[in-house]
Design a protein around this ligand. Structure first.
Ligand SMILES: *Cc1c(COP(=O)(O)O)cnc(C)c1O
Length: 327
């Protein structure tokens, strides 16, 4: 197996992130013991799990001598906001290809993208970086050395960060003498899930890794489940791990996508206010609110026993609370 320390890495955040028990939430639900992994506290520009991926992606960009980061996403992309901040921190230029059109008054993540001095290109219906190749050609013609980060930072290098993240959480669980039954997280471009699945195999652990599918859409040309499976296998190959994953090892729950990506419904609103009220912790309406709504539904459906230990991975996204406040 190839050592993760062999891959270039640029420090961008503060790790390990906190790991704490949500006693108020467990009491409210009369449910299992619930713990939270606070990746909303990674420290880079209001935090989020993308900091982890960017440490490896920006590490590679710098190792290759690139001077410009290019990525894309939705107008309220957390990934784009964190990429813009990472570029600023490392003295790189940043170009973002964002879905939709320029709003009259930028809010939330978009406001921060502008503050970090990213150059923004509006791409209408394309919110997954479809227009990046043309932009890259232009940048090269101008003499720039662009480094393209895929949608959500989810390629093998980005997923690698979550192999490392699992190791970090595992040490915290061991320190507390805790054996997790399940780890629940929002899954949308697949890198988080792929990395965690590879790590579970590496450590030969028993835990259920349950991705809550956030997005009804497809990932590239593939259904999302198949896409995550492919990314898991290619990440394992990159690490020279001898294991061929099958679809049954990728646990993805599709029943919480509501009216689609970024459409805030009653379930997300309830989850956000539940965690705020019971714990004083902020979730976001698009990812962690939806994932927590999934956790609440699973607890209410008695999918866990009272003495089970369930970990909720808070992947960040809180700047999006404000632009979605009226939804
Ligand atoms: C990107 C993101 C996710 C999803 O992670 P993937 O690796 O893209 O599946 C979850 N939560 C937040 C807040 C995110 O920004």
């Amino acid at each position: 197996m190839k050592q993760i320390t062999k891959f270039p890495r640029q420090a961008l955040g503060f790790f390990p992130t906190p790991f704490v028990e949500l006693k108020g939430l467990s009491a409210e639900l009369k449910g299992p013991r619930i713990f939270i992994k606070r990746d909303d506290q990674t420290g880079l520009a209001l935090g989020g799990s993308k900091t982890r991926k960017l440490e490896f992606l920006v590490g590679e960009a710098l190792a290759r001598g690139c001077d410009t980061l290019v990525t894309g996403g939705a107008q309220q992309s957390n990934h784009c906001r964190q990429t813009a901040a990472a570029a600023a921190a490392c003295g790189l230029a940043c170009h973002l290809v964002l879905g939709g059109k320029a709003p009259t008054s930028p809010e939330g993540n978009l406001l921060l993208d502008i503050l970090f001095d990213a150059t923004i290109h509006w791409s209408g219906a394309h919110r997954k970086g479809e227009d990046i190749p043309a932009l890259v050609d232009n940048l090269i013609a101008e003499g720039k050395k662009p480094y393209v980060i895929p949608y959500g930072g989810s390629n093998e290098i980005g997923a690698l960060a979550f192999v490392e993240a699992y190791r970090e959480l595992r040490a915290q669980l061991q320190e507390g003498e805790l054996a997790a039954k399940a780890i629940i997280f929002a899954s949308s471009s697949g890198g988080t899930q792929a990395g965690l699945c590879v790590a579970k195999e590496l450590f030969e652990d028993q835990v259920d890794l349950i991705g809550i599918n956030i997005d009804k859409g497809e990932a590239g040309d593939l259904p999302f489940h198949a896409y995550v499976l492919n990314l898991t296998n290619s990440t394992a190959r990159m690490l020279e791990l001898e294991h061929a994953f099958t679809q049954s090892e990728i646990l993805l729950r599709d029943e919480f996508t509501g009216d689609g990506y970024g459409v805030v419904g009653a379930a997300e609103r309830e989850a956000v206010s539940c965690l705020a009220r019971c714990e004083g912790i902020l979730l976001d309406p698009v990812y962690t609110g939806r994932a927590m709504a999934g956790l609440l539904a699973m607890v209410r459906a008695s999918e866990f026993r009272r003495d089970d230990i369930v970990v909720f991975w808070h992947t960040g996204g809180t700047p999006a609370l404000f632009p979605y406040a009226q939804d």
